[in-house]
Design a binder for this molecule. Structure first.
Ligand SMILES: [Mn+2]
Length: 419
């Protein structure tokens, strides 16, 4: 798998200016309180470049004025006390095996190395990943480095690496698509577990528990908090209390995903708690399903991202008009109030192209992985429906990574009848 990360570093090096250096941190978990920390969530750009997800490492990529690129991975030194309490620091052998980086150093050597690069090699620009920084954010190693640079080396230009990572990460390699496929496949196991186990009068969290088991059994973790929403709860987009009773006659909306090597799946399905859609539920369900299929048919290179959602709104204007729910296109927003798609990858709402300011203007390219998730939310009727697939754009269309997860109303009823 390290070939993926070797390639990613090479691609990033190609984008760098001559006479520059990237300093990329993996960060540390935030303190919860006392001597307890939150679980560490790897900095995704660091993982993308190294394949390593343990905290407190640093990667530098230096491109000299002759265009020669040098990569260095900085590790923590072995410390007996830490080893006894928390496990040993990453060894050099393990770091080489995971990342393919052969030039290793210790973190306390970084400043001397940078200083030499500025003075002897006339390195004049530093890339720092300033993802999501704001005036009110807590300090980060990137910000600390930026402040030190301003103080000690003011002539060195500082620039944000984040948009470059966007341009790189938005198009996935085959190896990345395979990892997302694995995440989607595990998520699919969850969908069938819900079909198998749902029954009226159980609690939402009881049904959700089947998914927790599957996640653990696969030795992985969730890509986000599961939305398990019955009846009217399904009209609240990010409902995740999951503590209501599932009633006979409810539709159950589940939106959830596994991750695999940090690559995310993100699937939604909606199904009847008692195994049978009511005629009204089926009518609305099929309107959403048609939207889902229309967008899948539309996706191919050259299509503007924002046009996907416009097509969903057109579809709803037409179909919801036919059943008397609305009379103008503006009213669609009463029943559908999110976008139909987002990028999917190392983050569940993955980084988008950095060189395009408005994501609606992004033009689809082969290798992009995105969600297709039209929804319909009618709170008066306690009905919320979302049908979400994950796709990779191919050279003339798209591959549906979640095609193994049934979504036709008839198929769902048949499956549930056969439990
Ligand atoms: Mn999604």
């Amino acid at each position: 798998m390290k070939e993926l990360f070797i390639q990613n570093r090479e691609n990033f090096g190609d984008m760098m200016d001559s006479g520059s250096v990237l300093v990329l941190y993996n960060g540390k978990p935030p303190v919860m309180r006392g001597n307890r920390y939150y679980d560490f969530s790897t900095q995704r750009n660091f993982y993308y470049m190294t394949g390593i997800d343990v905290p407190n490492l640093i990667l530098t990529i230096k491109k000299d004025h002759a265009g020669v690129v040098e990569q260095t991975l900085y590790l923590e030194r072995y410390d007996e006390f830490t080893a006894k309490w928390d496990g040993a620091a990453m060894t050099k052998e393990k770091a080489v095996e995971l990342s393919g980086i052969t030039n290793l150093a210790y973190i306390d050597e970084l400043e001397a190395h940078l200083q030499r690069a500025f003075m002897r090699e006339r390195i004049s620009k530093m890339y720092l990943d300033m993802e999501h920084k704001s005036f009110s954010d807590a300090n980060s190693p990137e910000l600390d480095m930026a402040v030190r640079m301003r103080e000690k080396f003011p002539p060195i230009a500082l620039t944000d690496a984040y948009p470059l990572f966007g341009d790189l990460r938005v198009v996935k390699s085959d190896a990345e698509v395979a990892l997302i496929q694995k995440a989607v496949d595990i998520t699919g196991e969850g969908v069938y577990a819900f079909f198998d186990n749902v029954k009226p009068n159980m609690m939402e969290y009881e049904l959700e528990a089947h998914w927790e088991y599957i996640v653990k059994k696969n030795g992985t973790s969730k890509s986000f908090s599961t939305i398990m929403a019955a009846g009217a709860n399904a009209t609240v987009l990010h409902y995740h209390n999951n503590d209501s009773r599932i009633k006979d006659g409810d539709l159950v909306l589940v939106d959830f995903g596994a991750q695999w090597s940090w690559y995310c799946g993100d699937i939604s399905r909606t199904f009847p708690a008692n195994g049978r859609f009511s005629p009204r539920q089926r009518e609305l369900y099929n309107i959403v399903l048609e939207a889902n299929k229309k967008i899948l048919d539309m996706i191919k290179p050259g299509v503007r991202f924002g046009d996907l959602n416009e097509a969903v709104i057109d579809h709803y204007f037409q179909e919801l008009g036919k059943i008397g729910l609305l009379t103008s296109r503006d009213e669609v927003y009463k029943y559908y109030y999110h976008g139909v798609s987002h990028m999917l990858g190392l983050e569940v709402h993955d980084i988008n192209k950095g060189s395009v300011l408005n994501r609606n203007d992004v033009i689809l390219e082969a290798g992009m992985v995105l969600t297709v998730e039209p929804g319909l939310y009618i709170s008066d009727e306690a009905i919320g429906i979302r049908i979400e697939d994950n796709v990779v754009v191919t050279k003339d269309g798209c591959d549906v990574l979640s095609k193994g997860i049934i979504k036709e109303a008839d198929d769902i009823e048949k499956y549930m009848a056969g439990r």
